[in-house]
Ligand binder design. Structure first.
Ligand SMILES: *[C@@H]1O[C@H](CO)[C@@H](O)[C@H](O)[C@H]1NC(C)=O
Ligand SMILES: *[C@@H]1O[C@H](CO)[C@@H](O)[C@H](O)[C@H]1NC(C)=O
Ligand SMILES: *[C@@H]1O[C@H](CO)[C@@H](O)[C@H](O)[C@H]1NC(C)=O
Ligand SMILES: *[C@@H]1O[C@H](CO)[C@@H](O)[C@H](O)[C@H]1NC(C)=O
Ligand SMILES: *[C@@H]1O[C@H](CO)[C@@H](O)[C@H](O)[C@H]1NC(C)=O
Ligand SMILES: *[C@@H]1O[C@H](CO)[C@@H](O)[C@H](O)[C@H]1NC(C)=O
Ligand SMILES: *[C@@H]1O[C@H](CO)[C@@H](O)[C@H](O)[C@H]1NC(C)=O
Ligand SMILES: *[C@@H]1O[C@H](CO)[C@@H](O)[C@H](O)[C@H]1NC(C)=O
Ligand SMILES: *[C@@H]1O[C@H](CO)[C@@H](O)[C@H](O)[C@H]1NC(C)=O
Ligand SMILES: *[C@@H]1O[C@H](CO)[C@@H](O)[C@H](O)[C@H]1NC(C)=O
Length: 479
């Protein structure tokens, strides 16, 4: 298939192109306004719209589909939307954010008022040769974090026995449950996955950030508790070109982002920072963060991670030991609303830039997905199931490219599933977000991305990023 397509110049975007039989609309479509995109509701609201921020377990009184930052909803047999049995499931590709963890060191206050212990788990790290039956054995070794009385330096952020970041034991358990739930659907309910692990049929992939491997090592036995061998390969690309994280360099995407998003002076972006400057000053006075600390004030990311990581692990909100002032739940709620608002803006509401940014910075992963569909359709792939463990930056770019209607900050474990079906000689794709059919603003993907003809999905992906991501290097080098 050939698509009429020309390279767009910055801020001038491609729109409708057609091939012999497929008309695709490659343009950005505004998402509907919601409470998350409404600055008034963000600044002057009180609750967090019923979202959960303080436990991996969504209260039974709320639907399973409720937004839970600590542990987002994913496919589960009790909520899974079954398809008409005339469709045959052919290929499944799951991508989700890692589960809950300690905060990144950069998001910790200069001095924390309590320690954080991780001595209830080990982070295994090692290497083993593959030289056959007589190979020297390797020990199963794990990291044990310590400080010593002869080392006078205090670690950044929390004292204690954790890495910042690392998956917490609660996050490892959530990863395990995620695996069980996926297996409950794709084996238990649908009989699609084999009962036993088969490396020719199933592939797991991680990024160069070790926290995704920590998730995988607990996710996999959730799916296959009785592994014949405890070894399972985790696919990983070289760090410099990793498409999943994503970690490849795309300078035009970075400059585009900094023209409208974090760090920019675009008034559409700075409006919420101005409106919330009082909250920032109040929190700085408690945390000891300097008002000139750029990273803490050009977005709400750091305070958000800082406060939410505590609450997800049932730790108290922080206090200042000198003044005795503590961060209140009301303040934390406002930080959470602001964080949600920021992701909504950065990945959808800001305008066509969000789609342009996504296709440049996530185009390679999308092209890989498109090729997996093509190979599966040709009956040439032994792999029927791929499962990628990634980050919020991965999921948000993907959701921007899919033009999700209600963009939020993808919380811990946030999941997107691509299901490829055939029916007689026709092929279709369904996309699930949080275990339910994803709603998109793109007319090509449909209001509900439910049994969209494969050729339309491929035309959309190919049109935006090129087959084999052929457009991406050129787009990334544009100044
Ligand atoms: C276009 O679609 C129609 C109806 O689905 C089909 O009859 C026709 O052969 C298709 N044409 C091409 C060029 O694929
Ligand atoms: C919040 O409420 C105050 C007081 O009513 C008002 O001045 C301000 O404009 C409101 N903020 C937003 C963003 O609507
Ligand atoms: C979480 O927050 C909600 C709303 O603020 C509150 O009702 C609930 O008791 C909290 N749950 C836990 C486990 O702290
Ligand atoms: C599947 O769809 C066909 C055609 O719309 C319909 O006749 C059939 O009843 C459906 N089957 C099920 C199991 O819903
Ligand atoms: C929150 O930020 C403070 C100040 O930098 C830091 O000491 C603390 O470790 C952070 N906590 C979390 C959970 O990020
Ligand atoms: C085991 O290690 C020794 C070095 O201690 C090396 O000489 C030997 O080749 C290794 N054995 C195998 C089977 O690789
Ligand atoms: C953390 O450890 C440093 C020394 O390593 C010590 O000075 C500081 O008081 C400790 N903080 C807490 C909250 O225990
Ligand atoms: C700011 O938002 C308005 C209204 O949505 C839009 O028309 C304008 O282009 C945006 N400005 C920039 C610089 O993105
Ligand atoms: C406590 O608050 C004071 C006054 O705002 C500030 O100077 C100091 O850095 C804070 N201390 C800590 C340990 O966060
Ligand atoms: C399947 O793979 C074989 C071997 O690589 C290749 O020759 C063949 O063309 C492929 N078939 C399709 C339909 O792509």
């Amino acid at each position: 298939m050939h698509y009429l397509y020309s390279f767009p110049i910055l801020f001038s975007f491609a729109s409708i192109v057609s091939s012999s039989n497929t008309t695709v609309d490659l343009s950005w479509h505004a998402p509907p306004s919601t409470q998350v995109s409404d600055l008034k509701s963000v600044i002057n609201g009180t609750d967090v719209w019923g979202f959960v921020f303080n436990s991996s377990k969504t209260p039974a009184s709320l639907p399973y589909s409720t937004y839970n930052w600590c542990n987002m909803p994913h496919v589960r047999s009790s909520e899974y939307p079954k398809v008409n049995s005339s469709y045959i499931l052919q290929y499944v590709h799951v991508i989700h954010r890692h589960h809950k963890r300690t905060p990144y060191a950069a998001n910790t206050f200069p001095r924390e008022s309590y320690a954080w212990e991780c001595s209830d788990e080990g982070l295994y790290y090692g290497g083993a040769t593959f030289t056959g039956a007589n190979a020297n054995t390797s020990a199963s070794t794990y990291w044990s974090v310590f400080t010593s009385s002869s080392n006078p330096l205090a670690p950044q952020g929390f004292n204690g026995t954790c890495q910042f970041p690392q998956l917490t034991s609660g996050g490892l358990d959530d990863s395990h449950q995620h695996g069980k739930d996926v297996f409950g659907v794709y084996h238990g309910l649908l009989g699609f996955l084999p009962a036993k692990y088969d490396s020719r049929k199933i592939q797991f992939r991680v990024t160069n950030n070790v926290i995704t491997s920590q998730v995988a090592s607990n996710l996999i036995p959730g799916i296959y508790p009785l592994l014949d061998s405890k070894s399972v390969p985790l696919m990983i690309q070289p760090a410099s070109i990793d498409s999943l994280e994503p970690a490849y360099t795309c300078s035009s995407a970075s400059s585009l982002y900094s023209s409208y998003g974090v760090g920019s002076t675009n008034a559409n972006w700075t409006a919420h920072l101005t409106a919330s400057s009082g909250l920032a000053s109040a929190l700085d006075a408690i945390s000891g963060i300097s008002s000139s600390a750029t990273a803490w004030h050009q977005s709400w990311d750091h305070y958000f991670d800082n406060l939410s990581a505590r609450l997800c692990h049932s730790k108290p909100l922080p206090c200042n030991s000198t003044t005795g002032t503590c961060v209140t739940q009301t303040q934390a709620n406002e930080v959470f609303r602001l964080g949600e608002y920021e992701y909504n803006f950065l990945y959808r509401s800001a305008g066509p830039q969000t789609l342009e940014y996504a296709r440049r910075s996530y185009g390679i992963w999308v092209a890989e997905l498109a090729d997996h569909f093509r190979v599966a359709q040709n009956g040439n792939d032994s792999v029927i199931y791929r499962h990628d463990v990634a980050h919020d930056g991965s999921i948000s770019r993907l959701l921007a490219l899919l033009q999700i209607q209600e963009m939020v900050w993808p919380g811990m474990g946030s999941e997107v599933v691509f299901e490829l079906y055939s029916k007689h000689n026709e092929w279709f794709v369904r996309i699930l977000w949080g275990g339910q059919v994803l709603r998109s603003s793109s007319p090509t993907l449909g209001n509900e991305v439910d049994m969209v003809p494969l050729q339309n999905i491929l035309a959309y992906f190919d049109g935006l990023v090129g087959r084999g991501a052929s457009l991406v290097p050129g787009l990334c080098n544009q100044s």
